[in-house]
Design a protein around this ligand. Structure first.
Ligand code: ZN
Ligand code: ZN
Ligand code: ZN
Length: 297
């Protein structure tokens, strides 16, 4: 709901005591006997707006702005839940327990969790969640590949033909997977920043006024299903789809947009990636076709 300055009809923010446009005070004395609504707490002042939760009339001194931009009376604003997930309070719970509980809440109770979730949160905290998710998501599978490289008997003929020491080849392969495991948190952070940036760009184009940290928080927390990555191989394929569904719920609630816009926002990064990769493949294909055509002709 938009609040209007009673003097110049400019939009004012809940909580402001004076108009940013004309500079007039928004506090107006009630005229005895007038039919204009007065504040429920300060009966000598005219109400600027009714509270969007309880409907009681409130003067500018009593109005507060919620995280979602609603105009609330002071008592409703006080009763707002803090809207935190366990991850926000990991100093209290311990990092791993906070991560585990947050993942379960988001995976199995996404609607109530995102509905009451405070949209804003520090970017570092969001990226920390993303880093851990990407580590957890690929850890078991990578570990198995690593073990496979190190211990599985190799076809020795090819090794001898190339004059490569099979033992060295083995440890090199296992070592590479080890390095990949160590790099996954960094890759997770970079991917999350990139995809959140694309999503945010589209959400902004569609009219949301929320800052980037909101998109980043939604994008990171919706990576909770990567917990399934602990189950080797299968988790890695189920998690992205599940995360995509959760991202729509996250954007809808945290940006306060429609389901359609939230879906479009969540689709921005995957679509863009497909276009870029698809375009790349197409260009490569045309180049190869062109070269072979040139050679043939
Ligand atoms: Zn004004
Ligand atoms: Zn209220
Ligand atoms: Zn008041």
């Amino acid at each position: 709901m938009n609040l209007l300055c009673p003097h110049c009809r400019a939009f004012v923010v809940p909580g402001a005591q004076s108009c940013g446009m004309c500079g007039m005070s928004l506090l107006r004395e009630a005229v005895p006997g007038s039919s204009e609504p007065v504040c429920a707490v300060h009966p000598h002042l005219l109400s600027l707006s009714a509270c969007e939760r309880c409907g009681s009339f409130a003067c500018p001194q009593c109005l507060r702005r919620s995280d979602r931009g609603e105009a609330l009376c002071a008592s409703c604003h006080e009763r707002l839940p803090a809207g935190l997930v366990a991850w926000d309070e990991r100093e209290v719970h311990g990092t791993l327990k906070a991560y585990w509980n947050t993942c379960l809440d988001i995976m199995f109770r996404p609607m109530p969790t995102f509905e009451r979730l405070r949209p804003t949160g520090s970017q570092g905290s969001s990226l920390g969640f993303a880093a851990l998710s990407s580590f957890v998501g690929s850890f078991t599978t990578m570990l198995i590949y690593m073990g496979f490289m190190a211990f599985f008997p190799m076809p020795d003929e090819t090794m001898r033909a190339d004059n490569v020491n099979p033992q060295a080849f083995r440890y090199l392969g296992a070592g590479l997977f080890g390095v990949v495991i160590l790099l996954t948190p960094l890759l997770g952070v970079l991917t999350t920043l990139f995809t959140s940036g694309l999503d945010h760009l589209l959400l902004r184009l569609m009219g949301t006024a929320q800052p980037f940290e909101v998109t980043l928080r939604g994008n990171s927390l919706s990576q909770a299903p990567f917990l399934l990555g602990l189950i080797p191989f299968c988790g890695i394929y189920v998690a992205p789809l599940w995360a995509f569904g959760l991202r729509i719920i996250a954007y809808k609630n945290m940006h306060g947009v429609s389901w359609g816009k939230a879906t479009a926002g969540a689709l921005a990064a995957p679509l863009m990636t497909c276009c870029v990769c698809g375009g790349g493949y197409l260009a490569l294909f045309m180049a190869v076709a062109g070269i072979s055509g040139g050679v043939g002709g």
